[in-house]
Write a protein that binds this ligand. Sequence first.
Ligand code: GDP
Ligand code: GDP
Length: 494
Amino acid sequence: DGRPQAKHPTDDLVDFTRIHINKLPTVVIIGRPNVGKSALFNRLIRRREALVYNTPTDHVTRDIREGVAKLGNLRFKVLDSAGLEAEASSGSVLRRTAEMTGNVLSRSQLALFLVDARDGLQPMDLDVGKWLRKNAPGMKTIVVMNKAESLDDYDGSLASAVGEAYTLGFGDPIALSAETGLGMVELHETLRPLLEEYVLQNINDDESQENDSSEDMECKLPLQLAIVGRPNVGKSTLLNTILQEDRVLVGPEAGLTRDSIRAEFEYQGRTIYLVDTAGWLERTKQDKGPASLSIVQSRKHLMRAHIIALVLDAEEIAKARRSMKHVEVVIARRAVEEGRGLVVIVNKMDLLRGEENSKLYKRVIEAVPAEIQTVIPQVTGIPVVFVSALEGKGRIAVMRQVVETYEKWCLRLPTARLNRWLRKVMSRHSWKDQAAQPKIKYFTQVKARPPTFIAFMSGKTQLSETDLRFLTRSLKEDFDLGGIPVRILQRTVE
Ligand code: GDP
Ligand code: GDP
């Protein structure tokens, strides 16, 4: 299916685990005393270490704590500010505490403004709001109604608390409970785009620091390879050929490769892990019913591998009208959808020996690349290798393709180079009229493995699906990215 590649709303744009702690965005928790700031802080950092700064004020000792929060796939620095206390007489926020908290504000990109959902808004909350607006104008602030576990939709208590919190003027509030964990998913959903944007913006600022060493590093990580295919296509035999030793049990019975095989080997100075493939497609061997059960289970395995080598049987291709069985098509598509690199291996070529000039042989050689292109139109140039594992041939051919595909999968293109490329590509292409030309402010690669790009669009313009296809195709051609899924996403900038 030719699904457009920009439609991955659940895709993470940013891998927060790879960001250095000093570059993580900072979120400050703010609010009057007793709203549950510490409770939320503790939940966010879980059992991790917190740095504590002692900040003695006139009456009490207030701590400002700093820790690294983990919320789903998000990671950010979190600061638990000193509580902002109002002076009873003047109604203004206590100066000493406010100063401390002011320092904290200046180090943060985002504020979580906590209120107590059960108590309802207090005058002091309004003071905190005023203070925040004055001391951190323009700071993105999210009102968090804590202690919401006892409120519910039915008696209207939640709705009225939301309505009240809304009057603080910081946009839609979210309800959660730091104590029970209720609402943490909503917090995650709210924070994700904001934190991602911050990180992406910073990547762009760091453009000048880009160098080749970080690219090399990523590609030197061990390559995780999965060899998959229907029973009896010769996976175990191929594995032995690749490992060059008889470690895997090979037999004529379908589904003999039951046990987990996890091997590690070196190929041209590179470490390769063979990930478990046991049970992958074996369940479908009776060809009864849909393959979906094992496909669902295989998803987890697919995600463990960087490169998927899908093995097909040449003899079966020669016999059949279609070169790929349904389950093979599903696996190939799934591999690409999950962002894995794909290499197709046609095994048992020895069985067609002596027929090199025949129509049949020619059909096998031509059918597979053509068919894989048809069923996976979104990824062009998927490599196809023809081997005979039984004769011990194919190690080099297979591994060369696997490593090449992995290197493309890891590729990182510097932003400056990409934008030079973009200007060329845009001038090369002619749009029907000037107005139809998409206005891309800049173009950057946000991650590798697989290569993922973001087009920052100016104003309200959007890339159409045709534009996206055009850009994807150009990227693949100009940077030789055949065989790997390339994703382009778009963001609007003011
Ligand atoms: P802080 O002064 O804003 O840091 O507030 P604390 O985190 O010390 O919490 C004040 C009180 O509220 C404590 O007794 C907490 O146990 C309680 N509390 C915090 N979060 C929740 C919550 O989600 N639900 C309920 N019911 N109580 C909470
Ligand atoms: P698996 O179930 O995919 O792991 O397949 P196996 O590696 O167990 O192989 C199944 C059968 O195919 C065995 O009888 C192998 O000897 C045979 N086989 C594997 N590779 C080749 C090959 O390249 N040529 C031929 N003729 N037979 C092969």
